[in-house]
Design a protein around this ligand. Sequence first.
Ligand SMILES: Cc1cc2nc3c(=O)[nH]c(=O)nc-3n(C[C@H](O)[C@H](O)[C@H](O)COP(=O)(O)O)c2cc1C
Length: 165
Amino acid sequence: MSILALYYSRTGRTKKVAERLSALLKADLEPLHDQDDRRGFLGYVRSGRDAILKRPAILQPLAHAPADYDLVVLGSPIWAFTICSAVRTFLEQHAPAIRRAAFFCTHGGGGAARAPAEVESLLGSPLAVPVLSLQDRIVDRGEGETEIARFVESLVALFPNSLRV
Ligand SMILES: Cc1cc2nc3c(=O)[nH]c(=O)nc-3n(C[C@H](O)[C@H](O)[C@H](O)COP(=O)(O)O)c2cc1C
């Protein structure tokens, strides 16, 4: 099985989870680069506005083609109860090329909220496995290993004819 772990991260938490998943799943890693300046307080405010208004992001070209993979594991921070702009734009542009998708997110404490349903709606199909949702303090303390391992097991089980990772 070939897996692409694709994510956006403004402050590093989704990146940290994506890197762990990529190592466990032996997945290629693709960070989304949004050309908007999202640093600092103003960047935070702009990001919240963009998420609420579902404004598209301007993404740099991808290094990997999603169509080349059996599974795309997609990671987003929760912004205003939903997915961030970069992940929304990625899905709007590439959903038809995705064979199967799983989703993980990081959040400040509000949970995954509307994000999984939004991802499924943009994909036009259900997610392959239940969502991995990790709160900031869990990610910061490196305490999410049990949840991450459960998510990885559920993904490996999708491909019973492949070697276990
Ligand atoms: C614009 C903005 C909106 C956010 N909205 C929410 C929210 O609705 N619920 C929540 O639990 N966390 C919210 N957060 C917190 C982030 O989801 C959380 O800090 C996440 O781990 C950040 O991931 P990152 O470090 O990969 O950027 C928001 C953060 C930003 C920047």
